[in-house]
Write a protein that binds this ligand. Structure first.
Ligand code: CAA
Length: 380
């Protein structure tokens, strides 16, 4: 793997950094406090091509590689992880899934607008009783000939109310277990499709997370993604790439907190000198910087494998597991370095600490990543 960035990748990284400073930093504390969705910022991200980064230009995307996506996710997440999860779900779960497995008709009808950021997408796998245990889907999609009739509930759906297009996993033939699950494209406004209230979350409070309820929603057969019964494998394949996005989000949260702590250590004085001259702070910063560098390399490795058409399932799980733990540990230390100031909102690190936690939970908990990694290690 070559870890030297190309000129194009550096330009994308700088563009994301500039956007985060100019468009996301102002108002980020207020959006978090009032759970305000960053609608205007998302619109601008779409115009810049950041919502369909890896989609080919033929389908309205930017045609960039996964490494560029990781770089952009890190920069956006340093400043505003609520915005970056909206970006991640649209890019790596919805757009990637549709480009890889959708029909030509589905790509023209949905993918082009999603990739341009004209509309947002959501990925609907989790249910009230099916989180980590994703094969036990209770949402049903009964085959009615030319359409499916969908009933059930989905939980914790990112972009739950802001999306227009929803990729919904649902069980069509329970006798076949996970091989009876389909992925169906639902549109907001379909009769029988309702959106529950917004969740009041610990972190990533600017993003909108909702339950979705389906009552006899009629979905045309043409809206099934992939072959009959491909839905669970579709979800697993899509999450392999999604986990690279969340790993990069965790990396950004960690590096954002580290940069703030480093800056503060050069400003704050205690016992007659800047706190950076105290070994207690120096050792913390050394640990933080090393962990972040390791997380970055794992993210880039997973992205490189994906870009080079090699198996990246284990690499993406390793990157997510390690980067999310790093985000948690680094943000806690960043708050500690800030002392009392770290505990109030104006200094940003308390928000980053709250945002970090979800990276160990969504798109597969850290325990699920360990299952994926250990199964691969132990496979004969
Ligand atoms: N690619 C292709 N197929 C895969 C696969 C992969 N990466 N992983 C599993 N499969 C296939 C298996 O081959 C098997 O198929 P066959 O029986 O036909 O061979 C089938 O899927 C079932 O696999 P397992 O027997 O391994 O199933 P399991 O129940 O033991 O474990 C799991 C699977 C890895 C634990 C899986 O359930 C899992 O990943 N759970 C976590 C779910 C998750 O990540 N949810 C996140 C929700 S989305 C979200 O958070 C988005 C958001 O809004 C931010």
């Amino acid at each position: 793997m070559n870890i030297e960035l190309t000129e194009e990748q550096k330009i994308i990284q700088q563009a994301a950094r500039d956007f985060a400073q100019a468009e996301l930093l102002p108002g980020v504390i207020e959006r978090d406090e009032h759970q305000k969705f960053p609608a205007e910022q998302i619109r601008k991200l779409g115009e810049l091509g950041f919502l369909g980064m890896m989609v080919s230009t033929e389908y309205g995307g930017s045609g960039m590689d996964t490494i560029s996506y990781v770089l952009a996710m890190e920069e956006i997440s340093k400043i505003d992880a609520s915005t970056s999860v909206i970006m991640s779900v649209n890019n790596s779960l919805v757009c990637w899934g549709l480009e890889a497995y959708g029909t030509e008709e589905q790509k023209k009808k949905y993918l082009v607008r999603l990739a341009k950021g004209e509309i947002l997408g959501a990925f609907c796998l989790s249910e009230p009783e099916a989180g980590s245990d994703a094969t036990s889907q209770h949402t049903t999609a009964v085959d009615m000939g030319d359409h499916y009739l969908v009933n059930g509930t989905k939980n914790w759906i990112t972009n739950g109310s802001s999306a227009s297009v929803y990729l919904v996993m649902a069980q069509t033939d329970p006798s076949k277990g996970h091989r009876g699950i389909n992925c169906l494209i639902l549109e907001k406004g379909m009769p029988g499709f309702t959106i529950g209230p917004k969740e009041n979350k610990l972190g990533i409070r600017g993003s909108d997370t909702h339950s979705l309820m389906f009552s006899d929603v009629k979905v045309p057969k043409a809206n099934r993604v992939g072959e009959e019964g491909f839905g669970f494998k579709f979800a697993m394949k899509t999450l392999e790439g999604g986990r690279i996005g969340i790993a990069a989000q965790a990396l950004g949260i960690a590096s954002g907190a580290y940069e703030l702590a480093l800056k503060y250590s050069k400003e704050r004085k205690a016992f007659g000198k800047e706190i950076r001259y105290h070994q207690a702070i120096q050792f913390k910063l050394a640990d933080m910087a090393t962990r972040i560098e390791a997380a970055r390399l794992l993210c880039l490795k997973a992205a490189w494998l994906k870009d080079n058409h090699q198996n990246y399932a284990v690499a993406s799980s390793m990157a997510k597991m390690y980067a999310s733990q790093t985000a948690m540990d680094v943000t806690i230390e960043a708050v500690q370095i800030h002392g009392g100031y770290g505990y109030v909102k104006d200094f940003h690190v308390e928000r980053l600490m709250r945002d970090a936690k979800i990276t160990q939970i969504y798109e597969g908990t850290s325990e699920i990543q360990k299952i994926v990694i250990s199964r691969a290690i132990l496979a004969d």
